[in-house]
Design a protein around this ligand. Structure first.
Ligand code: HEC
Ligand code: HEC
Ligand code: HEC
Length: 131
């Protein structure tokens, strides 16, 4: 019958429309964040602990540092890698932001991706941005 080609075309169109979310997801992969190391961090070449330990545990380290500074009055952290760090979130050499000099290009890259919003910056000064 003459309607046959319209029925087939209709069925094809229907299939494409129904599958469109699946097709969309298959071709659109989310891009994971790429935190950018500052020139300073690159030059140093090391962090407080090994990279995987930092990735998983930097929040706990910051908690330990805060308690050591505020409750015990200690400000120097001796790492197992033999280096000394200034137990500070954002002030001075060898603090987190002292070395990772761009919060936006480093910390925020991951936090935005994972929708984490550390409230630390409500009180602590966000640093002047620098790479
Ligand atoms: C002396 C410079 C220096 C200081 C101080 C420092 N970092 Fe790092 N950090 C680095 C370097 C260099 C790397 C990359 C290490 C590697 O690739 O092995 C790194 C890696 C990291 C990573 C992993 C990044 C990734 O791509 O997985 C996190 C998270 C991190 N640092 C957070 C911190 C925090 C939080 C502090 C303070 C508690 C801190 N860093 C202090 C230099 C520093
Ligand atoms: C490699 C990715 C990555 C980088 C780089 C990174 N973070 Fe994080 N950060 C995370 C993730 C993921 C969490 C949430 C972890 C969780 O909830 O278990 C987090 C959580 C935190 C928390 C705890 C927040 C809360 O509300 O519990 C603090 C504080 C923090 N990050 C500080 C920093 C600082 C400061 C830097 C930059 C020096 C930094 N992070 C860089 C991935 C990263
Ligand atoms: C309500 C305000 C407030 C908030 C929010 C806050 N802090 Fe602090 N923090 C302080 C004050 C005040 C000190 C004491 C400053 C000093 O003695 O140098 C301090 C000290 C610290 C120190 C040691 C000193 C230094 O220079 O950094 C660390 C580390 C620290 N805080 C980490 C954090 C982290 C990580 C967060 C978020 C998870 C956070 N703080 C949120 C007020 C705050």
């Amino acid at each position: 019958m003459n309607d046959k080609k319209w029925i087939i075309a209709g069925l094809l169109l229907f299939t494409v429309v129904v599958l469109s979310p699946v097709l969309w997801n298959a071709f659109k992969t989310p891009t994971p964040p790429e935190p950018v190391l500052s020139a300073k961090a690159k030059a140093a070449g090391y962090c407080v602990l090994a990279k995987d330990q930092m990735k998983a545990g930097h929040m706990q380290i910051l908690d330990v540092w805060r308690d050591a500074v505020v409750r015990q009055g200690e400000r120097v952290y001796k790492s197992t890698n033999g280096k000394e760090f200034n137990m500070s979130l954002s002030s001075g050499e060898n603090s987190c932001i002292g070395c990772h000099t761009s919060k936006v290009e480093f910390c925020d890259k991951c936090h935005n991706y994972t929708s984490v919003r550390p409230y630390c910056w409500d009180c602590h000064n966000a640093p002047k941005e620098a790479m």
